[in-house]
Design a protein around this ligand. Sequence first.
Ligand code: 4AD
Ligand code: MG
Length: 436
Amino acid sequence: MQTYIKDLSQHVGEEVTLKGWLYNLRSSGKLMFPQLRDGTGIVQGVVVKNSVSPEIWEALKPLGQESALIVTGRVRADSRAPGGFEVDVSDAQVVQNAHDFPITLKEHGPEFLLDNRHLWLRSKKQHAILKVRHTVVKAVRDFLDNDGFTLADTPIFTPAACEGTTTLFEVDYFGDEKAYLTQSGQLYNEATAAAFGKVYCFGPTFRAEKSKTRRHLTEFWMVEPEMAYATLDDAMNLAERFLSYIAARVLDERVEELKTLERDRSKLEAIVPPFPRLHYDEAVKILHEGFERGEVENKFEWGGDLGAPDETYLSSKYDQPLMVHHYPAAVKAFYMKRDPERDEIALGVDVLAPEGYGEVIGGGERTTSFEFLEQQIAAHGLPKEAFEWYLDLRRYGSVPHAGFGMGIERCTAWMCGIEHIRETIPFPRMLYRLRP
Ligand code: 4AD
Ligand code: MG
């Protein structure tokens, strides 16, 4: 009967059959130690020359890394073995003998590894990262589903921009109409929130990001909750509970993977409410003080957007994620509600992850005013006819509403403690990278 490596603890003393791939093969005289991986784990087999047929011994000897292999043997608990078990092999079947697998245990450069992403996925670290991603996604869904949100998917082909016109991917839509790949499902979320109250969309998102940074992909996954009858504060309260829940699930379910990644668990254990909240004005003050002390390179001007070094400096003051709110309207999207006391301020929030991970969540409260929205659409040079349906949401039952978007890759990179978000998605899409 086929058994999975992750379940070996339930089969100690029993004979099992494992189906997988050869991770590594060592031999010494009359002993061979094939390491087998099956997608659920890695286990070392022990082959004693005299305990298997000569055919099996000869078939195993020349196998290359990543050969496809089925082995049968008895499970033995061994505290020295990685994973705690070994298999005394009695039978084996070579499914395919592979040679010269390009990715060996030695160091390879990032471009080489990315070119071989389809094979790189089999290595231990990449496997661990994508298991963490899986748990992040599952936690996101469970949290929102259990909190009364309804999943309402939004379209990928859209007729207009949501997050500025500079990062739009244009596609030919049967010749007669221009279409763009979605930058955010938010505008549609606002429609479904008026129908269901609390909604979320979760899917691929596209931005023609011309910059090569460790935080940007051109295709990424974003989850966006949206709530009717909600304010900026409600969005911040939700973000805080949401991120804490995700971190707790990762800590709970990905113990082995966090070990593989050598992730400092205490960094994730610190992600508990309440998160510090900082008005943009206060953030600017802290940046100015940092500049006076020579800790910040350039003097930050009130009114600008926070750059990556600014975000890193601000969040270095805290162990928890930092929520910066009330940004200058000029650096935020057209749909944001203004501060009733200060028109130059938008009711937006960015959640900055610690350890230099930067913005993982962006969101806020949306305007309810038909006139203001109409004016903003014109001021941003957006085509009004494409937004008529969106204006309808302010014509018919306009209520305060708020929400945010979280990039799954940025969240996963942070949970894993890795440098670049390109390793958090099976097949990353970036400037200059469309393959494999
Ligand atoms: O801050 P952003 O642009 O917000 C929005 O799109 C809002 N409409 C969301 C909403 O309120 N419903 O993007 C939200 C998040 C960012 O905080 C970041 O985590 C991620 O999406 N993100 C990216 N992730 C990877 N690569 C990129 N190029 C990203 N751009 C944004
Ligand atoms: Mg943002």
